[in-house]
Design a protein. Sequence first.
Length: 424
Amino acid sequence: MAQNNESTATAAKGGGFIEFLKKLGPSIITVLSWLGAGDIITSAVSGSSYGYALMWVLVLSYLIRFVIVNCMQRFELMNVNGEGMIHTWAKMTKLFPIILCLGSLIIGNMTVGYILLGAAQCLMWLLGFGDQIVYALILAVLMFVLLGGSVFSKLENVFKVLIAAVVLILIVLAVTCTPNPVDIAQGLLFSIPSNDGAYDVMIVILGMVGAVAGSMGNLFQGINLAEGGVRDASAYKGQTKSLLFSVVMGAILILCVWVVGAEILRPNGIEVNTLQDIGLALEMYLGVFGAKLFYLGIGGTLFCAGASCALGYTKLFVANFNELFPNRQSRAEFIQQDKLYTVLLAIMIAVAFLWSLPMMPSQVYMTLLTNALQVFVVPFIAVGVLLVTASKKYMGDHTNNIAENIVLVITTVLAIVSVVQTFL
């Protein structure tokens, strides 16, 4: 692991773009875990309902998330005790690992479930034959084979290739829609349109910004850094660049889908409820090739996201379980070498596959239910991050700056407000 830290530190000082790309792994996997069918549908809905008017909200959301995760990343690499955030929280109160264990199992399984279903549907629509259950089973097995090993670097390389292909596909698709650069530029300026879309404008804004504050997916970066052998403070600068680059790539993916909504769905009054609605609209206006290209790009995105979520939530559970039972005999130095990891991963993917069966709820319902369950965890994590990253007790001279604290406070308040609104 010392070699990993040394090479990462070298990249941080400036080892060239190729060397930089080699060190993208942990951040790429983290950012991919944030993408899901719900985010894609939301972007298409926003574009079809309001054109480019709310595009600034998406950009703002990703910037806020970058700030939050970078603060968490700085804690992982530069806190005075040299401990991870999960371990620090567990020392504060065992309530943290208990809640995160339960959240990882429930929210993680449902998240992987609806993403796996979306990926299977895209594969079925792409090939034009077969049943989504069969494709879901194939993808579930592939997912387990990919994640079941303990060689983290190989997983990073697979995801780098997949994400590069997906970004290229979706950029080609967006360009094919011939967007107007002036309209896009105007959409990046702050403005709130009137409520003439299918969804209330403030609900769209709060939904896109509020959820970034304490999402459990934000915790994956610290674990991914540890599993990738990145624990040295000298690696912080390079990892910040890596995280920013990965966040930009994730934003580009979603922005490309937004362009499709604004350029094709909105002018033709097409309402989006499922991924297939987008594909059928593209088939009407760009031909079969446009639809197939969309299914290929979105299917690849969802498979990567599902695999990243399965990896992240399984490791998050094991990390917190280890805090509750620190003397486990089978506990390994790295989570992916822990016997519990392999068993739990198999269970999580197997149960996630069950959500693809015909009698199960629809993908849209699954997405909404999972987001609703997140409200129990979001404020808890948001407050926890603010407490430790802004404290000299934990961070010494590396506490958040004023701007970072403002972002954390505002997003924490938004997270709490979203919980209150959910139950009123």
